[in-house]
Design a protein around this ligand. Structure first.
Ligand SMILES: [Cu+2]
Length: 125
């Protein structure tokens, strides 16, 4: 909102301010509908760790979605982002949920088995 810069705005100034408020209200109301339509509910995806590698990585992941890392091996694994944006430890036979916080093309690996690696592509919301 613009500041008129006057302690006692003229009648004309008040009219201008209320006109701006009406325009802003209109802009917010018209912007709200498409924004809602473009933001589907957060999705949940599964990535399997098996046979000492990461399984197929999901496409279409967005910030706010959940990834469930499932470890089907008999040793612990991690999914550790090289940029430190996530670091999930998953014991053998367990699964761990992670909410995706950051957009980008995020390379990750297992700290115990560095040959295990992948790249998760995340879109902004
Ligand atoms: Cu591992």
């Amino acid at each position: 909102m613009q500041d008129s810069g006057k302690a006692h705005p003229s009648r004309r100034g008040l009219l201008r301010i209320s006109g701006a408020a009406a325009l802003l209200t209109f802009a917010l109301a018209t912007a709200a509908a498409p924004a809602t339509a473009r933001s589907p509910a957060p999705q949940k995806y599964t990535v399997v760790m098996a046979n000492m590698s990461f399984g197929k990585l999901p496409g279409g992941v967005k910030v706010g979605d959940t990834i469930v890392w499932v470890n089907r091996d008999s040793v612990p694994h991690t999914a550790t982002a090289r940029d430190k944006s996530f670091d999930v430890r998953v014991q053998q036979g367990q699964s761990v949920s992670m909410v995706v916080k950051k957009a980008g093309s995020i390379a990750f690996y297992c700290i115990y088995h560095p040959a295990m690696r992948g790249t998760l592509t995340v879109a902004a919301q």
